[in-house]
Ligand binder design. Sequence first.
Ligand code: FBP
Length: 326
Amino acid sequence: MRFEQTFMNFILHHQEKHNRTYHFLILMDALISAAKHIQQYYLTGALRGDLGLAGGVNVQGEDTMRMDQIAEEITIHYLRSSGRVIHAISEESEEIIAMDTEGGRYFVYFDPLDGSSNVSHGLPVGFLFGIAKRNLDGREDGHLRPGKDYIAAGMFVIPTGIFTLALKDSGTWRFHIDETMNFVKPIRMMLPEDSKTWELSFNEANRCSFAKAVQTWIAQKESEYTFRYLGALAGDFHRILSNGGIFMYPAIVNHPKPEKNRPQGKLRLMYEAAVVALMCHEAGGDAVDEAGIPILEIQPREYHQRTALYVGSKSLVDEIAQILRG
Ligand code: FBP
């Protein structure tokens, strides 16, 4: 019989290799349990009629989906029961979620169900998370951390169940779900150097609202690369991690209706952009904002801060970063 290495065995060896504690395993077990539970709910959501609107709006002023609430509740339950989390920041909660403020060791930033435009169709969405550690031997340094301080970041593509995890200074790893619903067979992800598989991914409907220089750059590139867009960051970034290329959610600055402009970007820094930026960095890629500033260097001013995002193969990101820096 053939047995694949399980995620828990992989992370145990990682912790032992770096003389780290088992606390991280318990936190990861909580995140994996949450993702599996959300996956089951999403898979059967249509049957239960849970793929529709919940009737309220979230902190971002967007209509809340019933599944957003379910995913949030599930994630908070498992994180709280791990006893390892000091505070959590969630896309679905305006305020910070206090958990084990005394005994906890980690700050967790998460988007329990990313890709809301796909939810009512049961199409791919994502569970994104970033983890920072309490400063055990210094001043309490709080939870507004730049991505470069994250010790890990990951995403589950739901309902396909593919799990990808970046471990700071130890690479980005993809795991596959087996017949026992276990995550197994870690594969180290590196963005392909060869540009023949590279893809461009952005919302074409917004192109004319991007900065002129960005529009010009896209026009130069689009004949060279395939175009793909799922409309869910987890799914789109999953492809970029496999095939290379660039995912972009630029600032909206030339919208015919000025009130629809989003100069600060749409995606959220702490639990969307910084998460994929760390995963991309550990896979040999890069990520910048609308000013060409590395996403991992941006010090958040508030939990739900937004940013423009350009993430993917290093040479492509460097090219657009030069243009954005002017
Ligand atoms: P939500 O967290 O509200 O789903 O927003 C994030 C997101 O859905 C990303 O997953 C995706 O990349 C982007 O917004 C899609 O936006 P648009 O529908 O404007 O292309």
